[in-house]
Design a protein around this ligand. Structure first.
Ligand SMILES: O=C(O)/C=C/C(=O)CC(=O)C(=O)O
Ligand code: MG
Length: 219
């Protein structure tokens, strides 16, 4: 008989990680990108997950690894073409996530018209906090997310700044990609992204609801 799985360990389910890019105008502008009129989507594989206690590894081919703090939405009930009005019924909870990005590699991919896989999908590119049950964040469209590097505040934004709301994103994504229980949606990052180096300590939180700490190491 298969062992029962709990969504409180969603990272062990081997499900999709769907990421939304340029969802905060201040971040789109800091990277000199146009503010999008439709969500920008990309994927990370489940092998990108890393939990506290293990390091974030700088890919051997990058010398400019960036942090991006993001609110993650954990899907509790799957669906296709989910209407916006019922989208929140599909949410089991949340997690604080980092969309670690090899920015130099991403710039190269962009200039060559190549996909962002090398920049965004490498092992340890998705550090995640513990699971936060839905009830603990009654208004996910208005919470503060923050990130410090070596105790210095680098990112401090509110999910109220998102261009596309969580219900809109769930509905939009599920028109294209069927959502399954255990999937994670990364909802984009506010401004303040910057480089991290080997031995740096990253601390991040959703208000005082959850926090996490990671060290950076080299392959
Ligand atoms: O277009 C770029 O130069 C960079 C975009 C991103 O990395 C998008 C995100 O991952 C984000 O906004 O969170
Ligand atoms: Mg991102």
């Amino acid at each position: 008989m298969a062992a029962s799985r709990s969504l409180t360990r969603f990272w062990e389910w081997g499900r999709k990680i769907i990421c939304v890019g340029r969802n905060y105008a201040d971040h789109a502008k800091e990277l000199k990108n146009a503010v999008p009129t439709e969500p920008v989507l990309f994927l990370k594989p489940p092998s990108a997950y890393v939990k506290e206690g293990s390091p974030i590894l700088v890919p051997a081919y990058s010398s400019n690894l960036h942090h991006e703090v993001e609110l993650g939405v954990v899907i509790g009930k799957g669906g296709t073409a989910i209407p916006r009005q019922s989208a929140m019924d599909h949410v089991a909870g949340y997690a604080l996530c980092l969309d670690m990005t090899a920015r130099d590699t991403q710039d190269e991919c962009k200039s060559k018209g190549l996909p962002w896989t090398l920049a965004k999908a490498f092992d340890t590119s998705c550090p995640v906090s513990e699971f936060v049950p839905k009830e603990k964040i009654p208004d996910p469209g208005n919470v503060r997310i923050w990130l410090k590097v070596n105790d210095q505040l680098r990112q401090d934004g509110s999910t109220s700044q998102m261009i596309f709301s969580i219900p809109y994103l769930i509905s939009y994504i599920s028109e294209i990609i069927t959502l399954e229980e255990g999937d994670l949606i990364l909802t984009g990052t506010p401004k303040g992204v910057s480089s991290v180096q080997e031995h740096d300590e990253l601390q991040a939180g959703i208000e005082d609801i959850v926090s996490m700490t990671f060290r950076v190491d080299r392959h």
